[in-house]
Design a protein. Structure first.
Length: 144
């Protein structure tokens, strides 16, 4: 088994991408940006408490060009703490104890892209959209 693993790793190493066209990982282009969406900037889609209601916020990202959109990659992270970030979509299971019962729900962070823009979403599994989401920060990574 060790010989097979050694041969496999050796073969992968020998045929790894090389060259001056960026496929070897060198000279690749990337851009990072951190954006903060304030609680008051979240927009409700639907009516409070209605099925399929959620919150969204549009963020202008001029670095997200048509070229990056067509040929690159976009990754976004929810920044939880100075040393913690979670790749999106990020699903967070939450609950509170009311004294007589547990109230449980799932909070999901997601995004979609188009040239020059990103839309961030916060959805709740129980559609309790009577209160806006907290202020949240996101790190955006563009690669091309």
């Amino acid at each position: 088994m060790k010989k097979i693993l050694f041969i496999l790793l050796t073969a992968i190493t020998l045929v790894s991408c090389t060259g001056e066209d960026g496929r070897d990982g060198r000279d690749a282009n990337f851009f990072t940006k951190t954006v903060t969406i304030k609680s008051e900037d979240w927009v409700l889609s639907g009516t409070p408490g209605s099925l399929s209601s959620n919150y969204y916020a549009d963020v202008h990202i001029p670095e997200l060009t048509y070229s990056v959109y067509d040929y690159g990659a976009v990754v976004a992270y929810l920044i939880v703490d100075d040393d913690v970030k979670n790749v999106m979509p990020f699903v967070l299971h939450k609950g509170i104890w009311t004294g007589t019962e547990a109230v449980l729900w799932t909070q999901t962070y997601d995004y979609e892209i188009e040239p020059n823009w990103m839309r961030f979403y916060v959805t709740y599994s129980d559609f309790d959209t009577y209160q806006k989401p907290d202020t949240e920060s996101f790190q955006i990574v563009l690669m091309w």
